[in-house]
Design a protein. Structure first.
Length: 258
């Protein structure tokens, strides 16, 4: 992440992650979703930042219900997926695959990443070295499939393959500890994963969360990004050289029952 980009993360609701991204040169500041108005407004008050934009990843209520109050308080522009229709309140700008969103000097490429829901988008800030993945990619996990075959989410996750290892990944929920426990069940001989579970347990004890993660850490430990590894195929009783997509589908079904 570029040194000049300022970030604030905080909890909303019970496990949503609030994110503020600020360009200090222009003072422009974006919230990634507004799960709940109070924590976002408190973070703005604590930092003294002025909110100019709200970038919505998808239409689900636990990501958008705080928008009206925050927009009234700040006048921020609301940017939302075109495919969300009228399910996101008070939208000013709609975006689709390949569009670019600017927050001051910061630019984000819009990816359509369906799977968790049909309208989901991801914001990739290449120069800042960060990606806002919403409920598509989590630390040590991925979103639950709700409106499509699991293969759709698999293809969306492949969009992250080419991102540099240092890319910071901001996800929409803190599911880290439960994700870590599933990941270890699926990949028990992974030493990097054992270390991350221990880190997640320490973070919970200290009132922290492991968000953002990095793409390098996720490639090493997230089973849903590692479905091409023979160890993950074995964990779902498939042959070692199985199609990674088939392994992913089996892993996602297992996680649903875990």
């Amino acid at each position: 992440m570029a040194a000049e980009t300022e970030i604030r993360t905080f909890l909303c609701r019970s496990d949503n992650i609030g994110v503020l991204i600020r360009d200090p040169q222009t003072g422009a500041c974006a919230a990634i979703d507004v799960p709940e108005a109070g924590p976002v407004l408190r973070a703005l008050n604590e930092t003294g930042w002025r909110l100019t934009d709200i970038l919505v990843t998808h239409r689900h209520g636990d990501h958008v219900e705080g928008i009206p109050e925050v927009k009234r308080a700040t006048g921020a522009r609301v940017v939302a997926p075109a495919k969300a229709g009228d399910a996101v309140p008070q939208v000013d700008v709609t975006v689709r695959e390949g569009d670019t969103v600017t927050v001051g000097r910061l630019e984000a490429q819009v990816w359509e990443t369906p799977g968790h829901c049909a309208d989901h988008v991801t914001y990739w800030f290449a120069q800042a070295g960060l990606v806002c993945a919403g409920d598509t990619l989590f630390t040590l996990g991925c979103g639950r499939v709700m409106e499509s075959p699991p293969q759709t989410l698999y293809r969306s996750l492949r969009r992250f393959d080419d991102l540099p290892d240092a890319t910071q990944v901001f996800s929409g929920h803190d599911y880290v500890l439960s994700n870590a426990r599933f990941a270890l069940a699926a990949d028990p001989d992974n030493p990097d994963l054992r270390a991350r579970l221990a880190e997640a347990e320490r973070a919970q004890a200290e009132g922290r969360f492991l968000i953002p993660s990095t793409m390098g850490a996720e490639r090493a430990t997230n089973p849903f990004l590692r479905s091409g590894q023979p160890a993950l195929a074995k964990s779902v009783d498939l042959p070692p050289q199985s199609d990674p997509e088939a392994v992913f589908v089996a892993l996602r079904a297992w996680k649903n029952r875990f």
